[in-house]
Design a protein around this ligand. Structure first.
Ligand SMILES: Nc1nc2c(ncn2[C@@H]2O[C@H](COP(=O)(O)OP(=O)(O)OP(=O)(O)O)[C@@H](O)[C@H]2O)c(=O)[nH]1
Ligand SMILES: [Mg+2]
Length: 441
């Protein structure tokens, strides 16, 4: 026991004195000797020195040892998952939990990339679910098997996709156009999403890749069964694959600069971490010189998120299906109480309830406006140009033709953005949905 305490003191001393440690070879050798004779003891010391959380359990320490000794990515994954499940969940370990989650997601991505390379890039069944974009935007119908996706697609677009009262009636994405007030929105009926899809189950990688590519999502939930459970499955599977649904991109600006180190503007907005924590994370991500501007309260998770370029932020609405079936009223109440950041529209495709309001609801999450062009002779185009919200008169000119953009002099505008019909405006004039624009060169 005394010897162990003595060794412990030396090891702690060595760990805290890297300069001395590097100069004295004899100590260095002793350190290696110590590592050999008591690996787990030393790893425990290191653990406490590095992070010092409170109350970690022996199970956690065991998992951490397993992680350090793990050789294959699979072993590392298993150990990290065990670390995450055994680490006590309280405030003192929040940073550790985040770090583990981060390592876990990095490792999962690596493992998957390798798998995809081996399988020839499709990441699962070997199928590719790529759907060429057409129209103003591409919107996916995502839901568990049998939730009523194909039925709704048929109702909205007049298509005749096969419907069946069994899982996986649809086995590949099916696009169909939805006309909406002068523009065309492309809906894509997706095969059913099942629990474990993020790990390659069901339609696996191809399905997730197809969902990643769309502009917005309709989440279809059968209201008559267990809507809260179904929604949680869908959201957690998408989340696991880096899809953030109805979440705001954290308001953190990272401007990389050639030299000068890391400057943080707005340190007072850091909620659960210190500027040192942020610097540490940036260094780990190989960001050594940057100006970080924070304008509202942010957490350490937010910092991780903005640094993760693989994340996709998508807007979605929930469509509660089968509103005509028994139990659907209770189901709707349950899901309404469960989620706050989603609009929920209950429908019945069979009884044609609320189907007519869906096109405008879909349009509202696309972040686009419709702009009609008018020739100086007074003829207004039947089809509208879809444009991003906050587009200007000059943006519209650019979209019509590059000569209009290059020689733009002024425009006349009719509609919500104009103070009066046919108002003469400059290039910076911001357009609104439904505006008519006449460009003069
Ligand atoms: N009562 C009722 N049944 C519906 C409604 N919508 C769809 N269904 C039924 O639900 C079953 C599944 O419908 P589908 O449209 O094939 O479901 P899906 O989500 O496309 O299914 P997969 O392609 O297998 O993922 C069919 O028997 C439909 O008739 C609805 O509004 N009310
Ligand atoms: Mg279907």
């Amino acid at each position: 026991m005394e010897l162990k305490n003595w060794l412990n003191t030396i090891f702690l001393y060595l760990s805290y004195s890297p300069i001395l440690f590097s100069k004295l070879n004899i100590f260095l050798n002793l350190n290696f000797f110590l590592i050999d004779i008591n690996k787990s003891f030393i790893s425990k010391c290191r653990f406490w020195l590095d992070i010092m959380p409170s109350n970690v359990t022996p199970e956690y320490l065991k998992a951490e040892d397993a992680y350090k000794l793990a050789k294959s990515p699979k072993e590392k994954l298993a150990a990290l998952e065990l670390m995450l499940s055994t680490i006590p969940k309280h405030k003192g370990t929040e940073k550790m939990q985040l770090q583990i989650k981060r390592n876990l997601s990095k490792l999962k991505k690596e493992v998957e990339k390798e798998k995809e390379l081996k399988k020839g890039g499709t990441g699962g069944s070997g199928a590719t679910f790529f759907v060429r974009k057409e129209g103003a935007a591409q919107v996916a119908l995502v839901g568990l098997p049998n939730s009523g996706k194909s039925t709704l697609l048929n109702k909205l677009t007049g298509k005749d996709v096969e419907i069946g009262n069994y899982a996986f009636t649809t086995v590949k994405p099916i696009p169909a156009m939805l006309p909406y007030k002068g523009i065309q929105i492309q809906l894509v009926d997706m095969p059913g999403l099942i629990e474990g899809v993020s790990l390659g189950k069901g339609m696996g990688g191809p399905l997730i890749s197809a969902i990643r590519a769309v502009d917005a999502i309709l989440i279809l939930i059968d209201l008559s069964v267990d809507p809260v459970k179904d929604l949680e499955i869908i959201l957690s599977e998408l989340e696991a694959k880096g899809l953030r649904i109805n979440k705001k991109v954290p308001n953190i600006d990272i401007e990389k600069i050639p030299t000068g180190g890391i400057e943080i503007i707005g340190e007072n907005f850091l909620v659960d971490c210190t500027p040192q924590d942020v610097r540490k994370i940036l260094m780990e991500e190989r960001v050594h010189n940057a100006i970080i501007t924070i304008k509202e309260n942010v957490t350490l998770t937010d910092i991780f998120e903005v640094l993760d370029s693989s994340l996709e932020y998508k807007k979605a609405i929930i469509v509660g299906t089968k509103g005509d079936l028994p139990g659907s009223r209770e189901g709707l109440e349950k899901i309404q109480n469960h989620v706050k950041n989603f609009k929920i529209i209950p429908v019945s495709a069979i009884n044609n309830v609320n189907i007519d309001i869906l096109p405008s609801e879909i349009f509202s999450i696309l972040g686009i406006i419709r702009v009609y062009t008018r020739s100086p002779g007074g003829k207004i185009d039947n089809e509208a140009m879809p444009m991003k919200i906050d587009s200007t008169a000059l943006d519209a000119a650019k979209k019509v033709h590059k000569t209009l953009y290059k020689n733009f002099k002024f425009a006349r505008v009719w509609g919500d953005s104009a103070k009066f019909e046919g108002q003469r405006v400059g290039p910076e004039h911001v357009l609104r949905d439904g505006d008519i624009i006449e460009i003069h060169v």
